[in-house]
Design a protein around this ligand. Structure first.
Ligand code: C2O
Ligand code: CU
Length: 469
């Protein structure tokens, strides 16, 4: 390379100071916030250089603007589509009225090019959420149509800095260009579209600057199409305080116990900067494809004068949740089948039983209960307040990340063992061959999508919906 190591370091430093650490988060005002989907270019830092990736994005950046509110605020987004194809915006993990869920075409017609749509609803849950396209997602989401949405607690915990860390992966060709090819059925039938470059806040070797004595709140968000990330901050204990936005009893993790995030999942942790000024500590990672490094935590030479590290970690106030009636609940089996090396011989699509060849020619390779995602019938119809138990069996050779819209669920059984007090989540990771049983109760009326968040699996048939009356 013609650039020296020094230039590279200062280059990614500039990148960090810009979009990457979001030092000045956008505080959504009371006036409608204008969100525009369009085409653009995004700076990424990988392989020691800055690259420009062609993207589809919100308000010109990937991730899109950090939308930040306080619990009880009203989200009021005036959305405009300036893309060459229809799109929609889904508010992942939030519980809006069904018509605001953005799951086109189930809950709304997609927003046509040049059209606008107002998304408005009350933000009753605090936590770390995200928003993303929900139309032709295998194409649109991977091109960059996603952003992070933070709803601050009424009384946020006292920290020195509150940082969003976005985990993503990119398919990069030999010349260092971000690939613009999406939708290969071969990828759909396997793990999904996995990148060969992994980034945290758009850099493959992040420098996370801290000062000794600081207490950080890190909000980790996995926006990748299909990649599962595990990561650990060497030399640092972390305390998990929320998963998928929902507070959990603070849980200490050593620097070798990884934080695991399936696509769509979020984890909030408290990290106390207890190491020595001037020291550096690797952020170690593991993906479905192997070991990686995300970069380093880099300590300034001087300690923070009045850092908050070392104080007690106070649990966050939980969001309002329904009560589950596990005894009285209906039990619904959900057989997950298909994909490469799977046993599936055929499935129903558009009311017709098709063999694998016919399915593949229709872009389908996965099925739930023998239906390849035709979205004709709900998996289950339930009443508001009614508890349903879904017994999911992953009879495929791949992991899946099942995500439910509009409601969160609790795991009640995994691999035949009863699970008690599991956190409320909106996305659950299941290994190949695993059986996971979840329970949820009907909340807002409407049709809510239930699908694998490995986007190519969803597109390839691993999707259904539940209907709340
Ligand atoms: Cu994050 Cu149906 O999506
Ligand atoms: Cu999947």
């Amino acid at each position: 390379y013609a650039v020296s190591r020094r230039t590279i370091l200062s280059g990614s430093g500039a990148l960090l100071a810009g979009a990457a650490l979001w030092p000045r988060p956008l505080q959504a005002a009371s006036a409608p916030y204008e969100l525009v989907a369009g085409t653009g270019r995004q700076r990424l830092a990988f392989d020691g250089a800055e690259r420009l990736a062609r993207t589809w994005c919100y308000n010109g950046t990937v991730p899109g603007p950090l939308l930040r509110y306080r619990v009880g605020d009203r989200l009021d987004v005036a959305f405009t589509n300036r893309l060459p194809e229809p799109t929609s915006v889904h508010w992942h993990g939030l519980r809006p009225p069904n018509a605001m869920d953005g799951a086109a075409p189930l809950t709304q017609p997609p927003v046509a090019p040049g059209e606008t749509m107002a998304y408005t609803f009350d933000l009753n849950d605090a936590g770390t959420f995200w928003y993303h396209t929900h139309f032709r997602s295998f194409n649109q989401q991977d091109r960059g149509l996603y952003g992070v949405l933070v709803v601050d607690e009424a009384e946020p915990p006292a920290v020195d800095r509150d940082l969003v860390l976005v985990l993503d992966d990119w398919v990069v060709d030999a010349a260092g260009r971000v690939s613009q090819t999406f939708g290969a059925i071969h990828e759909w039938a396997h793990a999904g579209r996995l990148g060969n470059v992994v980034t945290m806040n758009n850099a493959d070797d992040i420098r996370l600057p801290v000062r000794a004595g600081e207490r950080l709140r890190l909000r980790l968000v996995n926006v990748a199409n299909a990649q599962v990330f595990a990561l650990a901050f060497s030399g640092h204990e972390t305390v998990v305080i929320a998963e998928d936005g929902e507070p959990v009893p603070p849980r200490r993790q050593s620097d070798v116990e990884p934080l695991v995030l399936a696509p769509g999942q979020r984890v909030d942790v408290i990290l106390d900067a207890t190491a020595a000024p001037g020291s550096e500590h690797a952020i170690n990672g593991l993906t479905l494809t192997g070991e990686i490094s995300f970069g380093r935590v880099v300590y300034a030479g001087e300690a923070a004068p009045e850092g908050r590290s070392g104080g007690p970690v106070v649990p966050l106030a939980p969001n309002a949740r329904p009560t589950l009636d596990l005894e009285g609940a209906r039990r619904i089996p959900l057989a997950m089948e298909g994909g490469a090396m799977g046993r599936m011989r055929g499935a129903v699509l558009g009311g017709t039983m098709m063999n694998m060849r016919e399915l593949v020619s229709n872009g389908r390779v996965w099925a739930l209960n023998g239906v390849a995602g035709d979205m004709a019938e709900p998996l289950v119809t339930l009443k508001g307040g009614e508890t349903v138990i879904v017994e999911m069996t992953n009879d495929t050779a791949f992991p899946h990340a099942m995500h439910l819209h509009g409601m969160h669920f609790r795991e009640v059984e995994r691999e035949g063992r009863t699970v008690t007090d599991a956190p409320w989540r909106d996305t659950v990771l299941m290994g190949a061959g695993e059986r996971v049983v979840i329970a949820f109760a009907g909340e807002g009326p409407g049709r809510w999508m239930f699908h694998c968040h490995m986007i190519e699996h969803m597109a390839g048939g691993m999707m259904t919906f539940v209907e709340v009356e």
